[in-house]
Design a protein around this ligand. Sequence first.
Ligand SMILES: Nc1ncnc2c1ncn2[C@@H]1O[C@H](COP(=O)(O)OP(=O)(O)O)[C@@H](O)[C@H]1O
Ligand SMILES: N[C@@H](CCOP(=O)(O)O)C(=O)O
Length: 295
Amino acid sequence: MLTVRAPATSANLGSGFDVFGVALGTPADVVRVERASRTTITVTGAGSQYIPEDPAKNTVGAVAEALDAPARIRIDKGVRPSSGLGSSAASAAAAAVALNELYDRGRSRAELVPVAAEGEALVSGAAHADNVAPSLLGGFTVATDDGVTHVDASVPVVACLPDISVSTRDARGVVPDAASMDEVVDTVGNAATLTVGMTRDDPVLVGKGMEDEIVTPERSTLIDGYESVREAALEAGATGVTVSGAGPGMLAVCHRRDQRAIASAMVDAFDAAGVESRAYQTAIGEGATLYRDGS
Ligand SMILES: Nc1ncnc2c1ncn2[C@@H]1O[C@H](COP(=O)(O)OP(=O)(O)O)[C@@H](O)[C@H]1O
Ligand SMILES: N[C@@H](CCOP(=O)(O)O)C(=O)O
């Protein structure tokens, strides 16, 4: 039996829609695999009642199919589905690493990105790789049609998850079809600023570079309390705040010293809007980790 822990992720980071992503230290999914003649899946943990065990409908089933690696697969969810924290991707990334090893397929982590993205295509309608890439590789990733670029960033963040559900498929429906040249120029500037910030582990540049006037304003309307939570986090010291992935999670970037105050300000602001939430005080962290029997 092989066990893999794959982290939650936050995609887009405002200015990098469908391209940027970061791995989070917590939470994470844990996937266990054993060889079998056909694939079976069991799911336990956070939100497991909303996740299909039918391999044709689960992201790990798509991965097993893509790697031609039938297995008995057990998923322990640490990342709640429809969270904006890459729940479906965490399972897919963990399964890709585990099954690649179990069947000795010899794929590198980068080569497993398109394999795990097959799972995303199944649940969201698009094989976007901006969650599976950081879950596999860790740090900050830039996923394009030409492949993935990766930086081992480490920046403190607060990921705040309200007790509401937004499906990635639905949230993709509100993305505008077009943008003005001014908006494109601003976005290029912000994305470049963020990327430089990641190479320097600089929360100020990263936070500034998360600004986005194209996708985020539309997405934020799907999250009750978004504006007040954003303002509360900025007032408590966040250097930038945006929608995490497709939402409803929100991501605040910060200095370590402000992390606790920001987490509590975000939870309080959601509470004032009548929404329960929990905040993860964490940091951009490592990608999937493989454990063998006994390790
Ligand atoms: N292994 C899995 N883990 C989480 N969700 C899964 C999995 N397999 C299929 N799904 C489905 O994917 C959807 C959640 O994916 P998505 O909306 O992208 O959420 P998230 O933003 O948290 O990744 C739900 O409909 C869920 O049932
Ligand atoms: N780029 C995708 C990212 C979705 O992330 P998730 O964590 O909400 O699944 C999008 O914005 O649609």
